[in-house]
Design a protein around this ligand. Structure first.
Ligand SMILES: Cc1cc2nc3c(=O)[nH]c(=O)nc-3n(C[C@H](O)[C@H](O)[C@H](O)COP(=O)(O)O)c2cc1C
Length: 261
């Protein structure tokens, strides 16, 4: 099979899923390429993805696909399109997220071609407790690039989507239960914050607003992605939480990507 057009779809508040998706596309040597960035808003209408080799990359939250990503991905309908689901996790575990993403995309009409789990810097990583800091790094990029090459070779080896053998992806059904986390949001150091509003623009769920000259985060809307913490130009935002130290102590040993081809 030959697919001329590659379509990348991602939800990626702190950009590691997007970086991995782009490295995979690079490896495919795609000449015609388009992307749908679902990070900042829900697509307005349903979108048909027709005869396009599609890569879908999302982070892992609590061993699952984040709810926000699920809702936004449900807007896409695959038609004769092979898909490569990719999850990016913070070096702890991806548990059932890759299986969940694969199932979701099959439900939406796509055909599973390959899948992968890569590692990205943990959202809660900080200078005191770094977890997978700086990942995806050059090695991850090279692994993703090679994966892209192999995915293309696999696609070319089969005459039709119907001829593809079933793909076994790691994970269990029923998926791990989603635990409702207590509402919370990053803290703002008012002495550093100059109300530039960058955090308002990059919050994937519109949880941040400026009210009466004060930066307000809505703890109920906040998904704790930490994009606002990592991207604040004044380093005015922090997300103190007990997980950072726990992750640092228990999940600092480097994990490698897992590929399903
Ligand atoms: C609420 C939340 C839950 C997370 N749960 C997990 C997890 O279960 N396992 C893991 O290894 N990383 C977990 N992470 C870390 C992210 O998967 C990781 O940082 C990923 O690289 C973020 O992707 P992005 O940069 O594309 O946003 C979690 C992050 C957040 C914000």
């Amino acid at each position: 099979m030959n697919y001329k057009h590659v379509h990348v779809i991602y939800f990626s508040p702190t950009h590691s899923s997007a970086k991995i998706a782009h490295a995979i596309v690079e490896g495919m040597g795609a000449v015609s390429y388009s992307e749908s960035d679902l990070t900042y808003e829900m697509p307005e209408s349903e979108e048909a993805v027709e005869k396009e080799l599609t890569i879908v990359a999302v982070p892992v939250y609590g061993g699952r696909v984040p709810d926000t990503a699920v809702k936004r991905l449900q807007k896409f309908v695959g038609k004769e399109s092979p898909v490569v689901p990719v999850v990016v996790y913070g070096n702890r575990d991806y548990e059932d997220a890759l299986l969940e993403l694969s199932d979701l995309l099959v439900q939406q009409g796509f055909t599973l071609l390959a899948a992968a789990a890569f590692v990205g810097e943990h959202s809660f990583s900080c200078s005191q407790y770094p977890v997978a800091a700086g990942r995806p790094d050059q090695k991850d990029h090279d692994d993703a690039f090679l994966f892209g090459q192999h995915v293309l070779e696999k696609l070319e080896a089969y005459p039709s989507l119907e001829a593809l053998p079933p793909l076994k992806v790691k994970g269990n059904r029923p998926y791990k239960e989603k635990k409702a986390a207590a509402p919370s949001a990053p803290l703002v150091d008012a002495s550093r914050c100059n109300l530039c509003g960058h955090c308002v623009d990059i919050c994937p769920v519109g949880a941040i607003s400026i009210q009466n000259g004060e930066m307000i985060s809505d703890p109920v809307l906040c998904i704790k992605c930490c994009a606002c913490v990592k991207e604040c130009p004044e380093e005015a935002r922090t997300f103190p939480n007990p997980f950072a130290e726990y992750l640092y102590k228990n999940f600092s040993a480097r994990k490698a990507p897992e590929l399903f081809l």
